[in-house]
Design a protein around this ligand. Sequence first.
Ligand code: NZQ
Ligand code: ZN
Length: 385
Amino acid sequence: MKNFSFANPVKIIFGKDTIKEIANEIPKGSKVLVTYGGGSIKKNGVFDQVSKALSGYERYEFAGIEPNPHYETCMKAARLIKEKGVDFVLAVGGGSVIDATKFIVMAACFEDGDPWQVMERKATIKKALPFGSILTLAATGSEMNSGAVITKAATQEKIAFNSPLVFPQFSVLDPTTTYTLPSKQTSNGIVDTFVHVAEQYLTHSKEDTLLQDYMAEAVLKTLIIEGPKALKDPHSYDVRANLMWASTWGLNGWIAKGVDEDWATHMIGHEITAFYGVDHGQTLAIVLPGVMEILREQKAKKIIRMGKEVFGINESSDEAAINKTIKAVEDFFESLDIKTHLSEYGLGEEAVEKISKRLNDRGWKLGECQNITGDVAKKILETRR
Ligand code: NZQ
Ligand code: ZN
């Protein structure tokens, strides 16, 4: 097991009817900005619960944060914070709203020019306003991590950043808020969580990390058991609760400790979203089976382990076990009605070339062995035509 240090300061408030507890977490007298997306929270009653809980606070709202949140939108919210003297932010939504808020609370305090420099790794984050979140979509783990992904619409760049200064102070996870998710978003979230785990587990790891492996497999098994049930019965509290908690543990840092990490699937997937607007989860469903296929030798041991521990695959030959496991992953995504080939999203050779060129131009060497270049990404995407 590799050396590591682990600190996750986020207070999680989990369960039915917990939104009202934000009044115990936000300092009295705060000037609060509520950030949210396109308005789903106004249709599903979450906004009413937030308003009631915030009675007595001076409150402002910033709506319109788009899926795959834009830097340009975030900057408007940062300006509003300065104008009104806001000193606490409450993000209400899915990963896009929470990610945008992580950028906004940093940008509002950034004094060295354009905060986009942080995304270009030309500046570091020195300060950020405190914020909390109310999660309404189980997927990204953003509610309990210090990462975020922001898109600069002007240049079609979708870039991740990370800083311990942008952990939420608290996150409220009330599974009933996810009852209103369109099934595509439920499925996107399950795929996203599955691939988060794969990025931290399905690697050429020489490390012996038995506990992390079992924890990773526990999240994967929860997704496989509960995922189809959520599509059949979206209002099942227990199913939604299991999925919500699994998504948080998929990317709150815990299973990443002591192990090698990949993240190539995400980095390639982000480009499919940046250039073509395909949902994050859908891009991962396309790319992961391709990464497993092209890196099958490098990842053989863990692919076979995933097959056995998660899908119950026991084959006499490694070859057959690897083939069956890659197929099982693809079939699982398809069972959630998430297509796994580029052509099913209207994408072809042009997309493969464009993405491969961008990765080569950036000189990126992705994956746990830093051996996935733009050319290797091309081979991966070719298998997913
Ligand atoms: O606009 P709103 O009203 O929020 O509607 C959203 C949006 O249209 C809707 N929705 C959310 N909760 C709902 C709901 N509709 C009905 N009922 C509810 N309860 O669903 C749509 C998608 O929401 P979004 O927040 O975009 O989805 P998700 O949570 O999957 O977040 C995706 C974003 O997270 C980033 C992705 O890159 C993408 O930008 N990620 C963040 C990570 C992190 N911070 O650690 C890691 C991930 O790998 C991922 O990259
Ligand atoms: Zn993801």
